[in-house]
Design a protein around this ligand. Structure first.
Ligand SMILES: *Cc1c(COP(=O)(O)O)cnc(C)c1O
Length: 354
């Protein structure tokens, strides 16, 4: 508490990111980072950067990167917005579209940054409970609202909503903006990007942090009708005109142009996820069907918090949420096959001990 804080700062409840401990090396399966390096073309592009040019401000509209993203999605640059990580893109969405008289809707179990942005921008919200099997049922979202947002697949549950259901939402709520946060869509889901050509109230947000192995560079983007993109640009240019630095723009272009590397790494992670799921089931875990680069699992005989702590003591980090409905679950990032094997062997030992 400080008497120098503005009234809104007193009331903020900030987001807590997953642990990034610096004290020792861990098998890090707690923040859904990609276990593989970015495309070799990224290293090449950064090596060729002229450091002298860092004197200059970067392109404020990230034109080259926007063009590369538009090409990847076979769309036009006026339908693309980029920001400093998708977290920043999402924050601008809340500011641009959700400050309304009616409440924003999102699931009760979801990305915990959403209520934080509501606090920052003074947005009223209403949470809609996931079904008992942790699925999002769009027919629960029929109430009047000032917007709808959810990740697809959802985090931390990893479950996917079908495109037909997303289309229903767009159709029912033509006066609201529907934001689909596709941070994990490349690991087996079908993107709603093509639907944005048909529905002017649908905005799809994606990131380079997970499937393109660039969490450290902070690149996120949104795709939707040019009117929505213009709304985001109005917020951006009222906040920070240069959200992406020059290196991020160059590296982002190299990453999205290397389609073969991207597709290959996603395929390997999906294969590892299926192997990890079956190994965990072999140890007695219940594992939700995942379309992401993580799994959400519970063991009927071992408290999640105990497993989390025992794994941490053993040098393996996973994510435990001390929250109602999910405090019996662990969220485990899919690592390399070797990392997954280490996790499974440590779990086997811990469970046998108990
Ligand atoms: C990781 C994640 C993001 C944030 O990604 P950045 O681009 O790194 O900011 C957004 N939404 C969800 C659901 C995520 O899990």
């Amino acid at each position: 508490m400080s008497r120098h804080w503005s009234p809104i700062v007193h009331k903020l409840a900030p987001y807590t990111p997953g642990e990034q401990p610096q004290d020792r090396s861990y098998v890090k399966l707690n923040t859904n980072e990609n276990p593989y390096p970015p495309s070799p073309r990224v290293a090449e592009a950064l090596k060729n950067c002229d450091v002298d040019r860092l004197r200059l401000y970067p392109d404020p509209v990230s034109g080259g990167l926007i063009k590369a993203i538009a090409t990847y999605f076979e769309t036009t640059p006026e339908r693309v917005f980029v920001g400093n990580g998708s977290d920043e893109v999402l924050a601008h969405c809340f500011n641009a579209f959700f400050c309304r008289d009616l409440p924003l809707l999102f699931p009760d179990i979801t990305y915990s940054f959403y209520p934080v942005y509501c606090g920052l921008y003074g947005i009223e919200f209403r949470t809609i409970p996931l079904r008992d099997d942790f699925s999002i049922e769009v027919s629960d979202y029929t109430v009047a609202n000032g917007g709808i947002i959810f990740p697809n697949p959802n985090a931390p549950t990893s479950r996917l909503v079908a495109l037909a259901a997303i289309e229903q939402l767009c159709h029912w709520h033509a006066d609201s903006v529907i934001v689909v946060d596709e941070a994990y869509i490349d690991f087996g889901g079908e993107s709603a990007v093509p639907l944005t050509e048909k529905y002017d109230n649908l905005l799809v947000v994606q990131t380079f942090s997970k499937s393109r192995s660039l969490a450290g560079l902070r690149i996120g983007y949104a795709i939707g009708h040019p009117n929505l993109i213009e709304g985001l640009n109005r917020v951006k240019d009222s906040f920070n005109s240069y959200p992406l630095d020059a290196l991020a723009q160059v590296a982002g272009i190299a990453a999205i142009e290397d389609l073969a590397y991207f597709e290959d790494r996603c395929r390997v992670i999906i294969e590892s996820r299926e192997a990890l799921t079956s190994d965990l089931k072999g140890l007695g875990f219940e594992v939700l069907p995942s379309a992401a680069n993580f799994v959400f699992a519970r063991h009927p005989d071992a408290p999640a918090k105990t497993l989390y702590q025992a794994l941490k003591d053993d040098g393996v980090l996973v994510r435990y949420f001390n929250k109602p409905r999910i405090d019996d679950h662990l969220r485990i990032t899919v690592g390399t096959p070797a990392e997954c094997r280490t996790l499974v062997e440590k779990l086997r030992t811990i469970l046998n001990r108990a």
